[in-house]
Design a protein around this ligand. Structure first.
Ligand SMILES: [Zn+2]
Length: 558
């Protein structure tokens, strides 16, 4: 924390009771503080900036955090106190939230604080018409934009900034990005930076001015679409969550590099829910910023790596591992097809099916967890935002819940089959849900509904005998899963157009029943890239046909 006034105003004594605080006096005589924190949670680097200046920075280093930059004449330096961690008590992860809240209050950033503030800035800069704001500013001073020309995507004029006497039109306004740059004085930025430069406003004052002049309407936010993933101009856009909790999209730019951007036109990333303690509820696993630097694996290498990852953490028969691997890959391409099947782990308690569910789903396309205890409508609502892979553990429901879920699952096999629910508070209102997506389910007993059962790729795990399977999933696992998720995402971004959703294999020659064909066909699109899978998959489908016949027989006898 590099400002004494902030430090004393924050009264960190309360939240920093368990930390070690070190006061320092810098070369210019002002006081700076280091706060050392030990935490058991994976560390996120947090930066709190005000007026574009970093005020608080908390950085992670070997589970020991050091906060506060010490500016020296040579520039800002961070020190790491990794030698005496014993002095410092472990601190509740809520510490970050507490500091952030105090800091937000100090700056009057409102109840929701920095997150909504940065969201506001983002939406303002994306959506405000910068040209008309600049024109208004200049006209409010009784002047005009001089030597103004409109060149389509951009406009030029003499620099209107007060510090620059521009004799030629060096100032450029870019309409697409709502930004400006002056080639004379090298100043550039968005509508907020312009107001700061022009009037000497703070960010808050700039936002207020935009509201007063009607440039931002309060309901502006509503005009955005929220999407976790989409295709535009033949390119795929995948939402990522950076390690400092920023949402962005990863996409391939024109030079085929992975680039991270905040939003596309009126589309912004979906945000995760926030818990009562103010922490992000990580109910959806997504790639992070390392997707841009991760290795681009060949199709064969990627397949092998996924198989090795699943085998390392799950004791499954070879066919189960193969099937799981192909299903993982399919989830990343499922939006290209109009029908899907689900993957199901079927076994009694104690056979490790929850482990398999976790390990396989963690590397799927936006896995959204819905534990046995989540409410049905809560699950549907979450899924409406993400349209990823719905992950259902302990799916052995009974009664009303079972019948609703079976209806939801059965509607979700095909695109554009909506699920309608009456609003409990107002039965005249109906809510519409789109259940179409890939799903992974773990359960003890098969579904009683044959239509559901017939659309499942089912794997029955056996009790684990392999000593090498770790009992608990630790840090190593989570790191490996995160890396693999990034590698798959990178691969999918690059190869998005190499999988044609129309080119499915035909399984009619196998003599399998129609519902199994409907299950098998869409998944076969990935054999365009991994053609070795075709034979394995055909073998599995024939085996599954026998299983289903047995189940049906048992049903009739019963
Ligand atoms: Zn200028």
């Amino acid at each position: 924390i590099d400002k004494e006034e902030v430090f004393s105003a924050l009264n960190l004594g309360v939240v920093a009771a368990k930390t070690y605080t070190e006061e320092r006096t810098t070369e210019d005589g002002s006081k700076r503080y280091h706060i050392l924190i030990r935490t058991t949670k994976p560390i996120l680097t947090k930066q709190l900036k005000f007026d574009e200046k970093e005020e608080i920075s908390i950085r992670g280093e070997n589970s020991l955090l050091v906060a506060g930059g010490t500016p020296y004449a040579s520039g800002s330096a961070y020190e790491h106190f990794i030698t005496s961690p014993k002095k410092i008590a472990a601190v509740d992860p809520g510490f970050f939230t507490a500091v952030e809240k105090l800091w937000n209050d100090y700056h009057g950033l409102g109840e929701k604080g920095g997150k909504s503030f940065s969201k506001l800035i983002k939406s303002v800069t994306l959506k405000t018409d910068i040209l008309s704001v600049i024109r208004q500013c200049v006209e409010s001073e009784g002047k005009k934009l001089e030597d103004y020309t409109d060149n389509g995507d951009y406009c030029q004029c003499r620099c209107p900034l007060p510090h620059h006497t521009d004799l030629q039109p060096s100032f450029t306004i870019y309409k697409k990005t709502n930004s400006y740059y002056c080639f004379g004085c090298s100043k550039g930025g968005n509508v907020i930076t312009f107001l700061k430069e022009f009037y000497g406003f703070t960010i808050g004052e700039a936002v207020n001015r935009l509201k007063e002049t009607g440039a931002i309407k309060e309901e502006n936010e509503e005009r955005f679409k929220r999407k976790a993933h989409f295709e535009k101009g033949g390119r795929l856009y995948l939402e990522i969550l950076t390690r400092d909790e920023q949402y962005k999209y990863a996409h391939l730019n024109d030079s085929d590099d992975v680039e991270l951007i905040d939003g596309v036109d009126d589309i912004l990333p979906v945000e995760l829910p926030v818990t009562k303690e103010g922490e992000l509820a990580l109910i959806v696993k997504m790639p992070d910023e390392n997707v841009a630097s991760s290795t681009l694996l060949s199709p064969v290498k990627l397949l092998e790596k996924i198989k090795a990852h699943i085998s390392k953490y799950c004791d499954l028969p070879e066919l189960g591992i193969q099937l799981g691997t192909y299903y993982v890959l399919f989830t990343w391409f499922y939006t290209k097809v109009n029908t899907v099947g689900y993957l199901r782990f079927l076994a009694d308690t104690g056979k490790g099916k929850s482990r398999m569910l976790t390990v396989v789903s963690d590397i799927c396309f936006y896995p959204t967890s819905a534990g046995g205890s989540s409410s049905f409508s809560g699950m549907m609502r979450t899924q409406e935002y993400w349209h990823g892979t719905l992950v259902m553990d302990e799916a052995d429901w009974t009664g009303d819940k079972e019948s609703s879920i079976v209806k939801y699952l059965n509607a979700g096999f095909e695109r554009d089959k909506y699920f309608i629910l009456s609003n409990k508070n107002d039965p005249s209102k109906q809510e519409v849900f789109d259940p179409f997506s890939t799903k992974i389910i773990a359960m003890r007993e098969p579904f009683r509904d044959n239509a559901t059962e017939g659309r499942l790729l089912s794997i029955s795990p056996h009790e684990t005998t392999k000593a090498s399977i770790p009992i608990l999933l630790g840090k190593e696992y989570y790191e490996e899963a995160a890396e693999l998720r990034n590698e798959i995402a990178r691969f999918v971004l690059v190869h998005w157009n190499d999988v044609d959703g129309e080119k499915m294999l035909d399984f009619r020659g196998l003599g399998i029943e129609p519902r199994l064909q409907q299950l098998a066909k869409p998944l076969s699109i990935i054999f365009q890239m991994w053609n070795d899978g075709e034979e394995i998959f055909k073998r599995y489908i024939l085996k599954r046909q026998k299983e289903l016949k047995k189940e049906l027989k048992a049903d009739c006898i019963g």
